[in-house]
Design a protein around this ligand. Structure first.
Ligand code: AP5
Length: 215
């Protein structure tokens, strides 16, 4: 199963991806998580990407496509994967088409999480994250068992630097201008379905599963 999750920043892509990983036992490929790992390790890519990420801007397409090409060749992708946060520009989608053609693969389902900007701003201000694993929480909507600590490792949770309100607004504006047009780009493939994101995390998950298995 090869699934692409599309949606605004803070729309719940990471949260839903983690649930799908448990359900289907396939890897989540989050370009945001991979980039944050590079930033932490201070690799050349991480150093280059960091300035864009902190400003809430997109990292250049060529860097992202090289990174994805390498990731999709790993053995754990043989059974399928969940693309989270990639592609987010038309050139990235075209690049993905070329990569998939070479690998003789195709996407099975594209899930669009439809969440209003005002809800996103509320969600981002309460998000807490475990850096190592990419696990995400919300102080109100999805709190950890112990305040401020990751459920699995007990490590301290952090607030992402790009979750500051001004940066969130910029990320949302880039989403509307640059990433949302991908819905139309993929529409003709007849594998796209949209889900209202203003529901409980578990309800959205169940709706995704039903649609994935029935469509
Ligand atoms: P990335 O990490 O991908 O950020 P994003 O797409 O902006 O998405 P987020 O991770 O912020 O949100 P999400 O949709 O995963 O929501 P989440 O599940 O956490 O990218 C970061 C940066 O890296 C980009 O800005 C860019 O610079 C760069 N980058 C990454 N990919 C790139 C690419 N392809 N090209 C170029 N640059 C790239 O949920 C958010 C919060 O809401 C959480 O607190 C969660 O608990 C809560 N929540 C989730 N669902 C619900 C619900 N149903 N109800 C209530 N609360 C909920």
């Amino acid at each position: 199963m090869k699934i692409l999750l599309l949606g605004p920043p803070g729309g719940g892509k990471g949260t839903q991806s983690k649930l799908l990983v448990s359900k289907f036992n396939i890897p989540q490929i989050s370009t945001g998580d991979i980039l944050r790992e590079h930033v932490k390790e201070e690799t050349q890519l991480g150093i280059e990407a960091n300035q864009y990420m902190q400003n809430g801007e997109l990292v250049p397409d060529n860097l992202i496509l090289d990174m994805i090409k390498e990731r999709l060749l790993k053995n754990d992708c043989n059974k399928g994967y969940i693309l989270d946060g990639f592609p987010r520009t038309i050139p990235q989608a075209e690049g993905l088409d070329r990569i998939l053609e070479k690998l003789n693969q195709k996407l099975d389902k594209i899930v669009v999480l439809d969440v209003k900007d005002n809800d996103i701003i509320k969600r981002m201000s309460g998000r807490r994250m475990h850096m190592e694993s990419g696990r995400v929480y919300h102080i109100e909507f999805n709190p950890p068992k112990n305040e401020g600590l990751d459920d699995v490792t007990n490590d301290k949770l952090i607030i992402r630097k790009d979750d500051q309100p001004d940066t969130v607004k910029k990320r949302l504006s880039i989403y509307h201008k640059t990433t949302k047009p991908l819905i139309e780009y993929y529409d003709s493939k007849n594998i796209v379905f949209s889900i209202k994101g203003n529901k409980k995390i578990e309800d959205i998950h169940n709706e995704i599963i039903t649609k994935i298995q029935n469509v």
